[in-house]
Design a protein. Structure first.
Length: 380
């Protein structure tokens, strides 16, 4: 639905009821991805496309029927017709599952908040129940809002939907996930489509060393947009770091001071050289990034901390430094060290202990946080 956020927000401003049709399943070859939507308002105006033209007419009719007759959200499947390639179907040979639901702005007030966040280019995720019990079909949860509103979903489902939405928001990708399926949460399995508007989080690796090559692979696997930066051009080459999205030759502190960062950014300092480390860490610890780690022995760490204090870095910033970098996994090779580092980044991001789950009690997943908002009941 985020592909037509501008039009939907305009309709919200006019308190205009509309039907929303969203691609919630793709099998084989299909022209448009999961989460793509079209919408039809009460006057018959249509925006967006879900198949590049193949099945728009049939979906338009479904939308108009739902607007005229009312009723709960419903799913429909469209596929290739062997008898007539020009019949209602996908001539590309794939299949689409489409969820069609009626949206009354008064019944879905917080969807407008989500659309406003998209318009403001703020990271936003909308978790939408696209398969499951009829009374839950079409319900949506907004992650990223500043307000907290009571949920009409069971708390366990709200927590699971939020956890999945936050993980995908962090990774910057839209995806279909499954939750429920047990007596504690929900006897039936729910399919939830998480619509995400966000860039990938950044991992900034400073130091063109073997550990940086392994860490860039691990970071990319986790969905980061990885940058490797070093001031030495002979070592800082694309050939040495094929998994990095960017390879930059520049003084680390100068590059960091000029590149965009946010609370999801991980800064990993692997340089082992005080002429790079100290100005770089002084800059990094002053920025609103999510993680700052520096490689080195404990002796190196003690020496580095002394130099940072001499450089007037305040104590409240120094406590943010993860040094020596990584968790205690007994890592020695670059690949093992990369796992150790990304494990610590995940623990820091999620504010968890990093301890074995077998040593802990209580829920495995974090509780439902305050920046999640239920945006609709799924029925008019």
């Amino acid at each position: 639905m985020l592909n037509i956020a501008d039009a939907l927000r305009r309709w919200y401003g006019e308190a205009r009821t509309f039907a929303l049709a969203t691609v919630v399943g793709v099998q084989g070859s299909a022209p448009l991805p999961l989460g793509t939507s079209m919408a039809v308002d009460v006057d018959g105006q249509a925006v967006g496309s879900i198949s590049g033209g193949c099945v728009e007419g049939a979906v338009y009719d479904l939308c108009q029927h739902l607007l005229d007759e009312g009723g709960p959200a419903q799913r429909a499947r469209f596929g290739y017709s062997d008898d007539d390639a020009f019949a209602v179907g996908l001539t590309c040979g794939g299949e689409l599952d489409v969820l069609v639901q009626r949206i009354d702005p008064a019944a879905f007030p917080h969807l407008d908040d989500a659309l406003a966040a998209v318009d403001d280019a703020r990271p936003t995720a909308i978790a939408q129940v696209v398969d499951g019990p009829e009374d839950l079909l079409g319900r949506m949860l907004y992650v990223g809002g500043e307000d907290t509103h009571p949920s009409v979903l069971p708390d366990t489902l709200s927590r699971q939907m939020t956890a999945q939405a936050q993980a995908l928001l962090f990774a910057g990708r839209t995806a279909l996930v499954e939750i429920g399926g047990d007596a504690v949460t929900c006897p039936e399995t729910l399919s939830v489509l998480v619509h995400v508007h966000a860039s990938r989080p950044r991992m900034l690796i400073f130091g063109a060393v073997d550990f940086a090559a392994a860490l860039s692979r691990a970071g990319r696997f986790l969905g980061y947009r990885v940058t490797v930066c070093d001031a030495r051009p002979v070592f800082t080459t694309r050939a040495r770091f094929p998994d990095a999205d960017e390879v930059v030759v520049d003084w680390p502190h100068r590059y960091l001071g000029q590149t965009p960062v946010d609370a999801r950014t991980a800064v990993c300092v692997l340089t082992h050289d005080t002429k790079f480390d100290i100005p770089l860490l002084r800059e990094a610890l002053s920025l609103p990034v999510g993680y700052v780690g520096a490689m080195g022995s404990r002796r190196t760490h003690d020496h580095r901390m002394r130099l940072l204090r001499e450089a007037s870095v305040p104590e409240h910033q120094l406590v943010r430094l993860h040094s020596p970098i990584g968790l205690d996994l007994g890592a020695s090779s670059p690949e093992e060290t990369a796992i150790s580092v990304v494990a610590e980044i995940l623990a820091a991001r999620n504010q968890t202990t990093g301890l074995p789950l077998s040593d802990l009690t209580g829920p495995i997943h974090a509780a439902w946080p305050k920046n999640s908002t239920l945006v609709g009941s799924g029925t008019p």
